[in-house]
Design a protein around this ligand. Structure first.
Ligand code: ATP
Ligand code: MG
Length: 444
């Protein structure tokens, strides 16, 4: 019976032909984070549901509509919808926050949200993210934003705008919540059901609603920036001064509130208009209350997360460079059993040298082997038959130019590999003046 099982909606397969794109982003992200002194952390894929209720927030879309909660026997867990909660949980549980502050960690992980799948919006997606715990200073905000900016630049991305805002601390937010309630109250009946509830529990969440009607009503809502207390205002001004000093362009957008409840003071987004509606490639901010909320001490913290799929959409669109995928360096095309066995030996040695070396595993004829070598993009092919073996020689072909030279299968080839026989061959063959043929002195 033919298999007719398809991948679930909102998930993606990354095929071998595309995986170098992921490797590019992951490598540059890792190097950038490490150059800012961040270390990698790896956390579980699922956590106790309570962790997300207490951190992400009960009135957020993520918790109300998007969580994948799984029951196994009598226990219940939730697949992580984001990385911050699990990371902070791990830092607390493993005592990292008792060590020298700030603690700086980064991660690359899959996230799960039950959303309506569309371009740039998946049900399983991947984030590169980081968290810094310990610093209340606006320098930390500037540092984290600067890291995100550096990474986007190193990936070769252009036309990505940085929007920043401050959503204040619990003290300035009390007044702001009152103002929002007063503003939305007359429109109560027109709001979506979720927002009706938000109006009572957490009116700031109304500004994050994706429903067009709620968005239209929210258009002239009071702005948080008019309600900041002195400390938050000062913090926000200093951050802006640091960004200017670092040459990082930004726009203040008082409408950004971010989709998760734990944010305080600084929030920011990097946004592009080039990939349609899902243009936020990076979102982050400060969450000074979260660690305490999860049972730790009062330790201020901040971070961001980038959606890797969205980054790749923009990189593809803008024609950014990717790392070259690894291909076969040398393919051994063999005729006869003795030649095949010799090839197996040589390939083993070459691999020890770090080359990608392959030989026929299909029992194909020589022509078909050459065709295969071509298909997999082998840079060189060694043609080896039993006769050549007996004479201690083989033909080395550079696939792109078609140039061939005869090489000696003497002990250099096998036992004496430390003289970098093949390095020499490859170097010589790279030399445009054709000196490669000087290697055995026998041009073909
Ligand atoms: P959006 O407003 O686009 O829904 P969000 O505020 O829910 O984003 P965050 O929780 O801040 O997003 O996640 C950080 C980043 O992860 C986003 O900026 C985006 O690049 C990416 N991201 C979030 N949700 C998805 C998704 N469903 N599919 C793909 N990427 C996503
Ligand atoms: Mg979302």
């Amino acid at each position: 019976m033919a298999m007719n099982i398809k991948r679930p909606n909102g998930t993606e397969d990354v095929l071998p032909k595309d995986v170098h794109k992921w490797n590019t982003v992951e490598k540059i992200a890792r190097e950038t984070a490490e150059s800012f002194g961040f270390s990698e952390i790896r956390i579980p894929t699922f956590e106790n549901t309570d962790l997300f209720l207490r951190s992400v927030g009960e009135t957020t879309d993520v918790v109300q509509k998007e969580m994948y909660t799984v029951k196994a026997k009598e226990t219940e867990f939730t697949l992580r919808p984001e990385g911050t909660a699990g990371t902070i949980r791990a830092m607390l549980q493993n005592g990292l926050l008792n060590e020298a502050l700030p603690q700086k960690v980064f991660y690359m992980l899959s996230c799960f949200r039950h959303e309506r799948p569309q371009a740039g919006r998946l049900r399983e997606f991947h984030q590169f993210g980081l968290e810094m715990a310990g610093s209340a200073a606006p320098t930390a905000d500037a540092e984290v934003i600067s890291l995100a900016k550096t990474l986007l630049t190193r990936l070769g991305l252009k036309n990505i705008e940085l929007y920043i805002n401050s959503i204040g601390c619990p003290s300035c937010r009390t007044k702001y919540h009152e103002a929002l309630k007063a503003y939305f109250e007359p429109h109560k009946e027109e709001l979506c059901d979720t927002c009706k509830e938000r109006l009572v529990k957490n009116p700031m969440r109304l500004l994050d609603c994706k429903s067009p009607i709620c968005q239209e009503i929210a258009k002239d809502a009071p702005l948080i920036t008019d309600y900041l207390c002195e400390e938050c205002d000062e913090h926000f001004k200093k951050l802006q001064a640091y960004l200017t000093n670092l040459g990082i362009e930004y726009k203040v957008n008082p409408k950004i509130v971010r989709g998760l409840d734990y944010y305080t003071k600084t929030v920011f987004e990097f946004v592009t208009t080039e990939i349609g509606a899902q243009g936020t490639v990076c979102g982050g901010g400060r969450y000074d209350g979260l660690i305490e909320q999860l049972g730790g001490q009062h330790i201020p913290a901040l971070g961001f997360a980038m959606g890797i799929e969205r980054l790749l959409l923009v990189m593809d669109k803008q024609g950014c460079d990717y790392l070259t995928p690894k291909k076969c360096d040398i393919y051994f095309a063999t005729m006869g059993d003795a030649a095949l066995e010799k090839a197996m030996e040589l390939v083993k040695d070459l691999r020890e040298f770090g080359y990608c070396a392959e030989y026929d595993l299909m029992g194909r004829g020589i022509k078909a082997q050459m065709k295969y070598a071509n298909k997999i993009g082998a840079a060189y092919t060694v043609v080896l038959g039993d006769n050549e073996l007996a004479e201690g020689k083989a033909r080395l072909k550079e696939m792109e130019s078609g140039n061939e030279t005869e090489i000696l299968l003497n002990d250099k080839f096998t036992t004496n590999f430390e003289n970098e026989y093949f390095n020499k061959v490859l170097d010589i063959m790279d030399d445009e003046n054709g000196s490669m043929f000087a290697f055995t002195g026998e041009d073909k």
